[in-house]
Design a protein around this ligand. Structure first.
Ligand SMILES: Cc1cc2nc3c(=O)[nH]c(=O)nc-3n(C[C@H](O)[C@H](O)[C@H](O)COP(=O)(O)OP(=O)(O)OC[C@H]3O[C@@H](n4cnc5c(N)ncnc54)[C@H](O)[C@@H]3O)c2cc1C
Length: 411
């Protein structure tokens, strides 16, 4: 077993919990008593082996350190990502043959839960992120670009166009034209995350009647990046990307000239469950802040008001069942069904938002301060109603697939 496995996985028995409740009223112990993601993961521990639990323990310790440094402003998110990769956390589930840890993909789900619990802004700091698109094309396995990403370089994805992002297959603003030495990309992408920090982007562009994916360095002379101000998820930059005859080599295409949509679907089938787990982790943190608030207001035996315990219990049930379902659904595959992944993302975002809204509403004016942790979580979660697929179109896809399945008499 690797170092650090046992201690953070300790979840208190009833006796400990009672002691927590009695001892933490007005003496500063509230934060310590409520600041643990492990009380949320106890139902899923059996799904992981000793070495995976060890990894999770190490991941949480490192994430705690990194999130503290981020809060204090002593490092940037990109520095946190580099550190997490150096520690073998950010690339733990990348295959061994590209320099990763070779852990099962499903382990990334509790890692993302921990990330969300500690700081939602670290969501792409503790895994390969969109660099996984390169893994879907075997010819990239030995390439430096992929190895740099495994070492911590950030890769952005540029799919959404100003006319709407819900259906990549209909994207038409960005065109790739063949040249004697490769391709020339022209067009515009919008609402792109990590626009300044990314070392490269995977840009989706139309090639005749199809969509293809291209690896483009952010220093490419034909690229212009412009920042926008987001409402939430403010840690990383966000903005638009204009391609003006951006030249790339023939070998910078990922998959083939007709592979873009299927690469996008396969990638997001793996990426969306990670987003789902991250959102649930953040929601769990908002509940723990709420519990801290409740405990601080219930000293001296005062009766808790407003059905607080019922509401906390309800939010906790929804979050625990959502993360358990997510992990169970991913247990036996590293290549999840795209429709399942869409449902998982849309459902988890809704569960998480509901919980964070309940927490914020129940904590009174203090949670309305812009930098209050629950307010930040709420703003960040709201961004996920759009990012990585808007909730309504994701549910619509799932509804369509089910009706279609029954109409066709399948399984
Ligand atoms: C914080 C954040 C980060 C993001 N990061 C990235 C990124 O890194 N890379 C990237 O490529 N994109 C990114 N996006 C964009 C995101 O992927 C898109 O917002 C998402 O795909 C939905 O596209 P859209 O917002 O253009 O919505 P649209 O597709 O325009 O849909 C908006 C609404 O209109 C409805 N609608 C759509 N079509 C119709 C129709 N025909 N008739 C009636 N109603 C319709 C939908 O149901 C939906 O409710 C990010 C967005 C956010 C907010």
């Amino acid at each position: 077993m690797r170092q650090g496995a046992a201690a953070p996985l300790h979840s208190p028995g009833m006796g400990d919990l009672t002691a927590d409740l009695m001892g933490c009223s007005a003496n500063g112990q509230v934060a310590a008593a409520t600041n643990s993601p492990w009380r949320w993961l106890s139902q899923v521990r059996w799904m992981f082996d000793t070495s995976e639990l060890g990894l999770l323990g190490r991941a949480d310790m490192t994430l705690q350190v990194e999130s503290t440094k981020l809060r204090e402003g002593s490092q940037t998110l990109l520095e946190a990502k580099h550190h997490l990769h150096r520690e073998g956390i950010g690339n733990a589930t990348a295959p061994r043959d590209v320099g990763g840890g070779g852990y099962r993909w499903v382990v990334q789900l509790p890692i993302q839960f921990l990330v969300g619990y500690r700081d939602l802004n670290m969501r792409d700091a503790a895994h390969l992120g969109h660099a996984e698109l390169l893994l879907l094309d075997d010819s990239w396995i030995t390439r430096d670009e992929l190895h740099q990403a495994v070492a911590g370089e950030l890769i952005g994805v540029a799919a959404t166009e100003p006319s709407g992002g819900s259906n990549l297959a209909t994207a038409s603003t960005t065109i790739a034209v063949p040249t004697p030495s490769g391709w020339e990309l022209t067009g515009e992408k919008k609402w792109i995350s990590r626009i300044e920090e990314a070392g490269a982007f995977v840009i989706f562009a139309r090639v005749h009647d199809d969509i293809a994916a291209f690896y483009v360095r952010s220093t490419n002379e034909g690229l212009t990046r412009a920042s926008l101000v987001p409402s939430g998820l403010t840690g990383w930059s966000w903005g638009s990307l204009v391609m003006n005859c951006a030249r790339v080599r023939t070998t910078d295409m990922i998959g083939g000239a007709t592979a873009g949509v299927s690469l996008f679907r396969r990638h997001f089938a793996r990426y969306r469950p990670l987003v789902a787990a991250t959102c649930l982790g953040a929601a769990a943190a908002s509940i723990d802040h709420w519990v801290g608030f409740v405990l601080s207001r219930s000293d001296g035996g005062r009766v808790l008001m407003g059905g607080a315990l019922e509401k906390i219990g309800q939010c906790r049930s929804r979050i625990i069942l959502a993360i358990s379902g997510l992990i169970a659904g991913a247990l036996h595959t590293a290549d999840p069904d795209p429709i399942w992944a869409k449902m998982a993302k849309a459902h988890s975002v809704e569960v998480a938002l509901r919980a964070a809204r309940s927490a914020a509403r129940s904590m009174g004016a203090q949670s309305y301060e812009a930098e209050h942790p629950v307010r930040r979580i709420l703003r960040d979660l709201e961004a996920f109603e759009y990012a990585d697929g808007a909730v309504d179109p994701l549910f619509r896809s799932s509804g369509y697939a089910y009706v279609r399945q029954i109409a066709d008499g399948d399984g």
